[in-house]
Design a protein around this ligand. Structure first.
Ligand code: NDP
Length: 336
């Protein structure tokens, strides 16, 4: 470890699962030691993702138990490296664990860098997890390219379309040529989804989403649904999806989807998936392919990253409250 690296650091610790009050900012945490193949990164911007709230509440159990430092992504500077591809001083972004802290031990296999000058550290931290999710859901889960040939579509429906992941899904689907219907809570969010490329928007607070989708598609339904909302929307998804369509349920923002009676799928030969990003970025080739494509989309401005707010790390509880309270659009970041 480099001589100038301190022994203690600040970070946010969860002692036990619970509400936002369990997020405790501390200043005397040990700086992690790195193993072969790892880097120690001094974090600059830390991405806030809905998954962080699941680990906070215990919906997703922590495999390492508690106390837990949560946080799945950040950007920052390498301060020491045990991997030949990275050197101290490199500006990087990564996916990992324990990112809600000043320093994080990161696997080189989940790190990209040195970041090109054109990509700011803010954008890199804001784009990585949700961008890779959106890209792999569109290409791997939905196989949208194979669907592009069909005469009437493909029609895609994106829920929470002004959110972090949703806004990227809308942009990527639009760039690829899908007909995009977006749902969002409120007019302002609908306008943002429209701005990102959705041809039709539905305000889920004031409109009947199922009826509107029927109207828009002339009763046909949509070929693929991207649903990160979960419990509140899943039943309606089965109504709105077209014959031979696919429902991609990828999150639980409103709670976990209830167990499904599989016989319901037979009425329209529906496919249902519940994919997770980490299952699409297992091999070095997959990591390289998806990170390269994502950063190309950003560099060429086909995809734009909107940051909702940069919160001081000490205000992480406010960030979680805003995210869970449906008060945000785009990406939330923490800054040290
Ligand atoms: P978002 O920025 O999309 O925020 C969540 C949004 O969900 C809200 O803004 C709100 O949008 C909508 N929502 C609807 N009902 C509720 C509710 N009851 N409580 C809270 N939010 C609600 O968050 P993320 O982009 O971080 O994550 C979106 C989803 O994607 C999450 O479920 C997350 O777990 C999932 N995800 C899954 C991954 C995977 O690998 N499977 C990877 C990354 C994310 P509105 O008001 O417009 O309805």
């Amino acid at each position: 470890m480099a001589a100038e690296t301190p022994k203690t650091m600040s970070g946010v610790v969860i002692e036990k699962p619970g509400g936002v009050d369990v997020l405790k900012h501390k200043t005397d945490l040990p700086v992690p030691e790195i193993k072969e193949g790892e880097l120690l990164v001094k974090n600059e911007y830390i991405g806030v993702n809905f998954i962080d709230t699941y680990f906070r509440t215990g919906l997703y159990p922590s495999s390492s138990g508690y106390p837990l430092i949560t946080g799945k992504e950040a950007s920052g500077t390498v301060v020491s490296s045990k991997h030949p591809r990275f050197s101290p001083g490199d500006r990087v972004a990564y996916l990992g664990n324990a990112a809600y802290a000043e320093y994080t031990a990161v696997s080189a296999s989940r790190c990209i860098g040195p970041l090109p000058e054109r990509i700011s550290s803010e954008t890199a931290a804001a784009a990585l997890l949700q961008g890779l999710t959106a890209l792999t859901l569109v290409r791997e889960a939905a196989g949208i390219e194979q669907k592009l040939g069909i005469s009437e579509g493909p029609w895609a429906l994106v829920h929470a379309a002004a959110g972090g992941t949703g806004s990227l899904l809308v942009q990527i689907l639009s760039v690829m040529g899908a007909k995009v219907i977006a749902t969002a809570g409120g007019q302002e969010k609908c306008e943002q989804a429209h701005h990102h490329g959705a041809q039709w928007t539905i305000d889920n607070k004031s409109e009947d989403v199922v009826e509107r989708v029927k109207e828009i598609t002339n009763g046909r339904g949509v070929d693929v649904i991207f649903d990160g909302v979960g419990k509140a929307t899943f039943d309606a998804d089965l109504e709105m999806v077209a014959r031979k369509g696919t429902v991609i349920s990828f999150g639980n923002a409103s709670g976990k989807v209830e167990p499904l009676d599989i016989l319901r799928l037979g009425a329209k030969n529906i496919k249902v998936m519940r994919p997770v990003l980490f299952g699409y970025i297992v091999t070095p080739e997959e990591w390289e392919r998806w990170t390269t494509e994502l950063f190309e989309l950003i560099k060429t401005e086909k995809v734009k990253i909107k940051v909702h707010e940069v919160y001081p790390l000490q205000e992480v509880a406010r960030a979680h409250t805003d995210l869970e309270g449906r008060k945000t659009t785009g990406k939330l970041l923490l800054k040290l």
